[in-house]
Ligand binder design. Structure first.
Ligand SMILES: [Zn+2]
Ligand SMILES: [Zn+2]
Length: 393
């Protein structure tokens, strides 16, 4: 029995740590232990560690730690790529070791031994494709092409030159300080891929996210079916109802079955929980990026639009008459506003609030299908087609 509680505690702690790490900065968690844990994991623990190193090894120790940090966070390096391969490799190995002995089983045929390997292989292939493909580096040869394909909207993009590359900066491009190059239709620099996500590899990145979400779902369901098969093969329900006289209803059987599963197949249960959490995170991440693609925006542009909207707000506030402004300031001084509802403020601060402004002003949004087409067939591919067409025509 103690083992079960240990397992449940382990699962709960893992869940709290994962949620705190990934979502602790969300306004909805402000002032809760989740945000404190997030601060500790992302910043606090490192600061304490630096202080400890300083106390033991002095400035030399701190400097060497800072240079390691610079290499890991601010320079192009394969650390996260290796971690990704280790995670996918070890997870697949654990599944093979713990669950393949039950395949074929009551609900799963032997073919899943091979389809699972194929699914992982395709996942790694998509990872390599995203990692090592050209994201759309702006060069002397293609800069004029990108300048003509992406016109300046004069809202979030104006005519500029990259001070590092010494090249004109096409609209929608950004200079990546980690890769030290300008990337067309820049989305973000992905540490896991050790590559920028831009005009040419957004399609691979989206496929990677979708495929990994599907793999995790597949693993969760397959392991679930393995366990259901074991229940059936070992006639657990029959034994419980006939030998132990447990009433044959879901409510009375469920606790016994869960207890039996936790006792006999705890590694499979842990794998299922892990896979389900990861698949949920991937689903959210994929949905976010799919929405960006369908509206022809990028992660980089969402921040730019946020700045634009807040700048617009400030501008309209400044335009208000000084009397009205003064009156509102007086009112603000005299009345204390009730604190915002956590849920309300969560949505208020969400970047989704800017959707209207983006939809109204985004000149690159050319409709649902065209936007999707642009991501799947990046501009140089299409442009070279139209170029050859016009040449031949
Ligand atoms: Zn540049
Ligand atoms: Zn980069």
């Amino acid at each position: 029995m103690a083992v079960h509680w240990l397992l449940i505690c382990h699962g709960l702690i893992t869940l709290i740590v994962v949620v705190s790490f990934l979502c602790g900065q969300w306004p909805i968690f402000q002032g809760t232990p989740i945000s404190s844990i997030h601060r500790f994991i992302t910043f606090g623990a490192y600061q304490y560690f630096l202080k400890l190193v300083g106390a033991v090894f002095g400035d030399k120790g701190i400097n060497s730690i800072l240079s390691v940090e610079y290499y890991c966070c601010d320079r192009s390096n394969p650390i996260l790529q290796i971690i990704y391969l280790a995670i996918i490799g070890s997870t697949y190995y654990i599944i093979v070791k713990t669950s393949f002995q039950y395949i074929p089983g009551y609900y799963l045929s032997g073919v899943h031994r091979y389809t699972s390997l194929l699914a992982v292989a395709i996942g790694i292939l998509l990872f390599l494709l995203t990692s090592f493909s050209n994201p759309g580096t702006v060069t002397v040869d293609n800069v004029s092409h990108y300048l003509s394909v992406y016109p300046y909207d004069n809202i979030i993009y104006t005519k500029k030159e990259c001070s590092t590359c010494k090249l004109p900066k096409p609209a929608r491009s950004k200079h990546c300080s980690i890769c030290n190059r300008c990337v067309a239709r820049f989305d973000h620099h992905c540490g896991w891929m050790n590559n920028c996500i831009g005009e040419r590899n957004t399609r691979y990145f989206l496929a990677f996210l979708l495929w990994h979400f599907l793999i995790c779902m597949y693993a969760t369901i397959a392991i679930g079916l393995v366990l259901a098969g074991r229940l059936k093969e070992l006639k657990i329900v029959y034994i419980l109802t006939v030998y132990y006289g447990v009433e044959n209803s879901f409510r009375s059987l469920a606790p016994h079955i869960i207890q039996w599963l936790l006792g006999s197949y705890n590694s499979q249960i842990l794998l299922m929980v892990f896979m389900a959490i990861v698949s949920l995170l991937l689903a959210g991440f994929f949905a976010y990026h799919a929405k960006l693609c369908l509206t022809n925006t990028t992660t980089n542009e969402t921040f730019k639009w946020q700045d634009y909207v807040s700048w617009q707000k400030k501008l309209s506030e400044a335009r208000a008459s000084s009397v009205a402004l003064k009156a509102s300031i007086d009112r603000m001084d005299s009345e204390r506003k009730p604190p915002d509802n956590k849920c309300k403020s969560f949505f208020r601060r969400s970047p989704l609030e800017n959707t209207e402004a983006v939809a109204k002003n985004n000149v690159y949004d050319k409709g649902f299908f065209h936007n999707l087409y642009e991501v799947i067939f990046p501009v140089p591919t299409r442009a070279s087609h139209s170029h050859t067409k016009s040449k031949s025509g």
